[in-house]
Write a protein that binds this ligand. Sequence first.
Ligand SMILES: Cc1cc2nc3c(=O)[nH]c(=O)nc-3n(C[C@H](O)[C@H](O)[C@H](O)COP(=O)(O)OP(=O)(O)OC[C@H]3O[C@@H](n4cnc5c(N)ncnc54)[C@H](O)[C@@H]3O)c2cc1C
Length: 478
Amino acid sequence: MTGRRRVVVVGGGVAGLAAARRLASRHETVLLERDGRLGGRLRTEQFRGRPVDVGPDSFITRNDAAERLCRELGLAAELIEPATTSAGVLARGRVRPLPSGLVLGVSTDIAALARSGVVGPLAALRAAADLVLPRSAATAALAAEDGGADPTVAEVIRPRLGRAVLEVLVDPLLGGINAGDSHRLSFTAAAPMLAASVAGKRSLILSLRRRPRSVPELPGPRKPAFLGLSDGIETLATRLGEECLRLGVDVRTGSAAEWLRLRPAGREPRWELGLGGAVLEADALVLALPAPDSARLLEASDARLAAECAAIPYAGVVTVTLAWPMGSVPKAVSALPMSGVLVPRSARNVVTAVSFTSRKWPRSANTGELVLRVSTGRDGDGRAISLDDHDLVERVRAELASMLGIVAEPAEVLVARYPAALPQYLSGHRARVARIEEASARLPALALAGAAYGGIGIPSCISSGERAAASVEAALAR
Ligand SMILES: Cc1cc2nc3c(=O)[nH]c(=O)nc-3n(C[C@H](O)[C@H](O)[C@H](O)COP(=O)(O)OP(=O)(O)OC[C@H]3O[C@@H](n4cnc5c(N)ncnc54)[C@H](O)[C@@H]3O)c2cc1C
């Protein structure tokens, strides 16, 4: 059709799928995905005849992009809430329920913190010092307009609430979202809304108590903070793929972009992508890829932009799903009123979190069976990735035995590996992303999308894909 320009979206994760869906009605759209399936990190496996999410299992509703998209795709009836969202933490030798009043691990209720026992009485008293201490340099730096200093999570939290609260609550909760290290993560990039609430303020506790309602908090009883899908989260990717096909997108799985270049100067700029022996031309391009993959493709067109992308590190994660007949595990475990347990870095375990899948998502387990999904690996701890499946499962079982007293042989085990699972938003991340956006805007009709830049959760990735689509459309219209 005359006037129709070709847009190529590289990457068939949720960001690329959302971008392709937006572009399809007005442009000839090609979606390239290296793997044989769509969805990227979104993976649902059949485990003992039940759907189990081995990657993400839910999305937040505060950013409504994922819930809205599910509804637009006709998935409203399949949206399900987790049966329970209360969590525990391995602290002072045993699993203890998290205290109430936490905002991403930051305690706003010192009495509840002290009663919970997750930290000792002296550490609770130390956290209370936040109420009287003068303003810290790090919270002052959060308010600086120039963005020069970008304190880490630890630099903001530790001077206010002490080491114990940082290690036992903030690092596992806030850092746990992206398997990150609070000593390396940028506070503003990892927790932007929290940072906005405390920037320039003196007491973290007081400013979070007075925060506006939109600031993130642990799931409360009023509305579901998280939603999943009854047949598993991968349904979202499958349905997006079907919708793309219906709208005429040329969806090519098993098709990796191997190289990328701009057609030689002197003619109207066009992108060329190398696919096996073939060359695919494009008027516009969305790269919805993990940052190192974008870096490799961009090397020939803009080495500095490629270097900025390459500088975003990733943490590797392996999830291990295990099932036992309920009768073979201690009664206390099946009775724990929790959706999961966080394991602080200071425990030095390979396990970082245990999700009580059969309790949280009853559809994922057969009656009479306990299903746990264990997360292993985090930034700075590559043990999970380097162990083979057998040794990793042995290690996980030994840690579950000491943490929960489960010693029985599991009926079935499923290992899912994500060698470069989650981007790390280190100190300086937001300034880097601004440089990436400036550099990509200087190249013709190019946009980057996905978890690497402005939010790792599924809703943020959808929004970034949709923004990238709008940005290349605007460039084509100029
Ligand atoms: C274990 C785990 C648990 C998580 N839990 C949650 C959760 O509960 N809730 C939540 O909201 N988020 C969660 N996340 C984060 C979320 O899943 C991801 O951030 C998000 O899915 C990333 O989407 P994306 O489209 O940016 O990237 P990806 O899903 O990584 O997709 C990128 C795609 O690009 C493809 N690709 C790479 N190179 C090429 C190439 N050269 N040519 C063609 N294709 C290529 C890849 O194969 C991949 O499919 C979790 C992530 C992990 C790993």
